[in-house]
Design a protein around this ligand. Sequence first.
Ligand code: PRX
Length: 637
Amino acid sequence: MAYPYQIKSLEEYQQNYQQSVMDPEGFWANVADHFYWRRKWDKVLEWNFKDPDVKWFTGGKLNITENCLDRHLGTLGNTPAIIWEPNDPEERHRVITYRDLYNKVCQFANVLKNNGVKKGDRVCIYMGMIPELAIAVLACARIGAIHSVVFGGFSAQSIADRIQDAQASLVITCDGAFRGNKDIPLKSVIDDALIGCPSVKKVIVCTRTRTPVSMIKGRDLWWEDEIKQVETMGNPPCPAEEMDAEDMLFILYTSGSTGKPKGVVHTCGGYMVYANYTFVNTFQYQPGEVYFCTADVGWITGHSYIIYGPLSAGATTLMFEGVPTYPDAGRLWSIVDKFRVNILYTAPTAIRSLMGYGLGPVNHKDLSSLKKLGSVGEPINEEAWHWFKDHIGKGRCPIVDTWWQTETGGIMITPIAGITKEKPGYATLPLPGIQPILVDEKGEEIKGNNVNGNLCIKFPWPGMLRTTYGDHERCRTTYFATYDNLYFTGDGCLRDEDGYYRITGRVDDVLNVSGHRIGTAEVENAINMHAGVVESAVVGYPHDIKGQGIYAYVITERQTHDPELTKKDILQTVSRIIGPIAKPDKIQFVSGLPKTRSGKIMRRILRKIAEGELDNLGDTSTLLDPAVVEEIKRSRL
Ligand code: PRX
């Protein structure tokens, strides 16, 4: 069998789960044995959640790219590793075999070396969804450079913050990116970002849209020219750097409840084992299947389930440059049809938006190749779940509703396709190795079924974050200090009468907008930077397509003549500071905000008003200025 650790039956799931709890080290050692290690580990696990200090496979030496590429060459050299579908359906797709990918990664790794990149250096990657993005990521891993991929929808200011935090020395970007009918000028955004980033010495620019770009002498280089140089050197091999299991593999910035995004750090050994194990098991991947994840590599889903999970498993991963609605709302279904896709992993927000177009775009597409479906990023409502099941899976494909986070590195709670039971709206059961518990406000465990609480994990798993870059204390306070000896997810959760888990959403000040994680404090900071804004408060509200929309209450210095124009100006500022993904859907101008006597904004009240629950605001008499609540209710949008 291709994957000896692939669960094959319900009984096997139960046995594996039991074993993983009784003997976690033995369990994970068995899995890790099926990878290529230059040197085997001395100890499987050392940990405490107090500092926190978690180490998996200590003393083990490896390079993740040898596991994703080299070890497959003998058997899968001519098998497609990446199938790439461009934004424009008229443009030719590309098929990159494992051998091609290996050659290209080695070539570009040599480019990085020629430009002075060494093990441990940080490289920022800001590219569209083209194969060169995967090549850039793997080339960093090949030479032990730490990649920090920044999603193409972030602004120059956001990129600059991330580059400065990581002190990146090199940036890899494109001239531009095609997304739907847009051409996003990536290099020009990078140029703006780099004004305040002296750590960056080189920028490598890959050609895609060929929009005019400025190329600064001595700093900016064309990807293609650099490749030519390596070719003139006779394409020397690029031996993989030997990495310690606990060396950093990458940083990925994500939003929390404070203003500044944090750099979640994943390390080489544990992350590799976990991304692979969860991929192979959740999707029940079988050799030869075509697997299509619609995420962007700028998010964790793209890292774990477009690149590292599938490639370490020798799978064929389909990468799509565009968006589900371009040139029409049948695009994903056309891709499934064109490449005979077997596994489709997407987000509830995409399903909801496509549902809105009716069945026209689905009809006449041959979806008979589909065997398994997946959902990720936010709670999936039952209507969307059934639509996906009936109209895309034609009632025959299991759906895996996978709950996890940037910090967890891989899927944590999910059905196992075709093996464990599914339940609409439920992530159902933990994978082997994962020990979830629900706690109350005081951190007391809530036992039994039919209960609601805050979701925590009580034992380490190989894919978990190790620190937040440059600020370990922040990692401790965010995840390990709320409750003693537990990793706190920030999510609320219920466990039903059958013991199945249903994630109910964030219990902290983090929003989930179209599956993108955005901190309310970040949006408030951006709004407050707008001239004339005195204060603001941002909350989420239910949104039919995005899951959550952003509702901003804003106090300005004086009434403007044209509030609509001021709103547009504020949106422009938020776009500049964070990126278009963080633009509020609604802005309500108010004269004050509900605050406690100690000056704390009562978000609970604002959330209720945004949700339209006007009669159920609780006790407002203790507020500093109860009258303001009435005013806000009256002018609610
Ligand atoms: O609130 C949960 C929600 O997304 C958060 C993690 O966001 P991020 O780190 O950006 O990673 C998204 C991709 C893994 C979680 O704290 N979330 C993720 N998956 C689900 C979910 N909520 C409900 N059901 C899910 N399947």
